[in-house]
Structures are given as structure tokens and as C-alpha cells.
Design a protein around this ligand. Structure first.
Ligand code: WQD
Length: 340
């Protein structure tokens, strides 16, 4: 066992990956990033150094390239893997399904093959609440039924969870933990890293802050006739730093276990917040009036869903620390920082 706790973080300069890299350093791990920057800005490593004081260790590789990824397993005695690297746009996945199946599934298979060969037995997989599809009940537990995927993106997450289940059933020394994220929002409180969507954001919060800063003219709220208190969709918005910390709790939990487990855990704030509440919270923290209007529903949107996070509390000992107000404050501070 090496004295350094090296952890491979695929997609480690992405939105979720970069914030998790910060938490890994804070908890005494040494993250080794594998990322080809296809979805990430080249300013992120500098932001990471400002927060951690460390030069991030980055291998600029396509995680689907097993030969190049193997180099990392040869260079470091890895104690674990956190696999974020994947394409994540629901809308894009409908237009380019083959890109999503090739990348999201191919990268996972590569990581598992190398993990088994090099005996890296602690494996955290980045899954998603989209695996639930349109749930029968608003609050979902890990035992809630897995419904028909609403997009090729959601289907890739379901297939990846199935691959992990089949490897575990076949027998493997790898201990797997799949974290089903709900809606990660916000940015690091220092404003040195945050969400940097390519092009026009699909997601709500970056669209809100880009509208407020003047990059976008007006936010459209997709639908006002849902069966919710204010007619807009209900979601589980979780601060990205809480999500990052959940990965540390998950890694430590895996390391404390004997081999051959495979668990799935919801990672959300455990409360439902509507689109209109996000807008009103933003207006409170910014002191600005946001330019928005109602529009038609967006295809594929679920009306209301949020997480039961009892399992995360019970087995990982993890609970979220930030609320939506903090998340919107940090998101807005980040948007203003990158506009400087
Ligand atoms: C949230 C709400 C929209 C934009 C995504 C990913 C999913 C998962 C969670 C990772 C919806 C509304 C949005 C806009 C709007 N992530 N909205 N106007 O769709 O819940 O899920 O994050 O795995 O994979 O797809 O997030 O931010 O796109 O939408 O009214 O301009 O905001 O209708 O109700 P979503 P989102």
C-alpha cells in the first residue's frame, strides 16, 4: 500500500470533477486527473491551484483510449477511481445518440477493465437521477422503479449501472458505489472554479446567471401548468460542494468495506424546490430583477422529483450542508467573476 492515497478522477476538470478534486485534497487524498478538456475550460487547473495550493496532476487523455489511460495505472499505485468522464446533455444526446453510447459506456468499460487488472478496488461511479425517468412518486428512494429512460443520456446511465451490477454478480474484487446525482448547482465559495457550460446552457441555473449578467436576453420557464404549488417544475437542487463531499464520504465508506459490494445511493439535498423558487431566490441574493417569461413545456422534462437521502445519511454518514440560497449566491458570484 503506497503512503500516498492516489485517486484517479476521470473528468476531473469538469464542473463536478473539479469541485471533487478540491475536496479530495482537503481530505488528504492526491487526485490524478484524466480529462481531454472536451467539455472544460483550460482556466480550471489555475483555479484549482488557487484553492488547493497544489499543481493539479493532469493527464490530457480521452478516457476511451485504454492505452493512454493505462499509463496512469502504471505511473501511480491508485487506491481508488471516481469516474465522472461522460457527455451529459440530455438535449444533445437525442441529436447524437451514438456519441453518447460510445463515450459514456466505452469510458466506463475501460475504467473497470483497468481497475480489475491493476486491482484498484474502490470505484465510485457518477450516475444520475435521470435513471428514474418519470417517477410514480415525487420523492424517490434507491428502491424506486427504474422507468423507461427519457433520453439516450439517461439510457447510458441505466446501462452503466447494469454493467456494474453484472460485473459485481460475475464476481469482482472491486467495490462499487454508484451515486445518483440530482441537480448540482452553485460554485466553490472562493469563485475560483464553477460551472462553465459550452455554448447556450441547457441547465437552469447557469441560464439564470447568464441572463442576469447580460449574456442571455431572457430566461424562459418551461411550463407553468405542472401539478406543483406554483405550476413550475420541482427539482432537487444540491450545492456542488455538498456533492463533492459526498464522493469523499463514499470513497471512505468503500475503503472501510471488504470486497465484492455494489451499492447505489441518491445524492440530493432531499427537498423539492421549484423553478420559480430558484428565480426568486436568485433575485433575493442578487438584488436584481430577472428578465424571464413562461414558455411551453420542454420535451422530456419530468414534472416533479426529489431525493430521499436517508440511505446516504445511514451508510455514508453524509448530509448536505449548504442550502439553495448559498448555492445561488455562489453561482452568481462565480458568474460575476468570469465576467471580469
Ligand atoms: C431544471 C428545471 C427545466 C432551463 C439535468 C440533467 C440530469 C441531471 C440533473 C446529471 C426543469 C427548467 C431549465 C431553462 C427552465 N444531471 N428550465 N428554463 O433537466 O432537471 O436535469 O440535471 O446527471 O441529467 O438533465 O436540469 O437544469 O436542465 O432543468 O425552465 O432555460 O429547470 O424545465 O424543470 P434537469 P435543468
Amino acid at each position: 500500500m503506497s503512503e500516498q492515497k492516489y485517486i484517479l478522477v476521470t473528468g476531473g476538470v469538469g464542473f463536478l470533477g473539479s469541485h471533487t478534486v478540491v475536496s479530495l485534497y482537503e481530505h488528504g487524498f492526491v487526485p490524478i486527473i484524466a480529462d481531454d478538456f472536451r467539455n472544460s475550460d483550460r482556466s480550471i487547473p489555475e483555479g484549482l491551484k488557487k484553492i488547493t495550493g497544489e499543481d493539479p496532476i493532469i493527464y490530457e487523455v480521452d478516457v476511451c483510449d485504454q492505452l493512454k489511460l493505462r499509463k496512469i495505472f502504471n505511473d501511480f499505485d491508485l487506491q481508488g477511481i471516481i469516474h465522472f468522464a461522460a457527455d451529459k446533455s440530455v438535449i444533445e444526446s437525442v441529436k447524437e445518440p451514438l456519441k453518447y453510447y460510445e463515450n459514456n459506456i466505452g469510458s466506463l468499460v475501460n475504467c473497470i477493465k483497468l481497475a480489475e487488472e491493476y486491482k484498484v478496488n474502490n470505484f465510485v461511479f457518477s450516475s444520475s437521477c435521470t435513471v428514474y425517468g418519470e417517477p410514480d412518486h415525487t420523492i424517490v428512494t434507491e428502491e424506486s422503479p427504474i422507468k423507461e429512460a427519457q433520453s439516450p443520456y439517461g439510457a447510458t446511465k441505466q446501462i452503466c449501472e447494469r454493467i456494474i451490477q453484472d460485473v459485481n454478480q460475475r464476481g469482482s474484487n472491486i467495490k462499487f458505489l454508484s451515486l445518483r446525482y440530482f441537480n448540482p448547482i452553485g460554485a466553490h465559495p472562493s469563485s475560483n472554479i464553477g460551472e462553465l457550460p459550452n455554448g447556450v446552457p441547457d441547465n437552469l441555473v447557469p441560464y439564470v446567471t447568464q441572463t442576469a449578467i447580460g449574456i442571455r436576453d431572457k430566461l424562459t420557464v418551461f411550463g407553468n401548468d405542472y401539478d406543483t404549488p406554483d405550476g413550475s417544475c420541482l427539482r432537487d437542487f444540491i450545492h456542488v460542494m455538498d456533492l463533492a463531499e459526498a464522493h469523499i464520504s463514499g470513497l471512505k465508506w468503500l475503503m472501510s468495506n471488504t470486497s465484492g459490494i455494489s451499492e447505489v445511493v441518491n445524492i440530493g439535498a432531499g427537498r423539492g424546490v421549484s423553478v420559480l423558487e430558484i428565480i426568486h431566490t436568485f433575485e433575493e441574493v442578487s438584488g436584481l430583477k430577472l428578465n424571464w417569461e413562461f414558455g411551453p413545456r420542454r420535451d422530456g422534462d419530468v414534472g416533479k422529483i426529489y431525493a430521499d437521502i436517508t440511505k446516504a445519511k445511514n451508510i455514508l454518514g453524509w448530509t448536505p450542508k449548504f442550502d439553495v440560497t448559498a448555492a445561488m449566491k455562489h453561482a452568481w458570484e462565480w458568474e460575476q467573476k468570469i465576467a471580469e
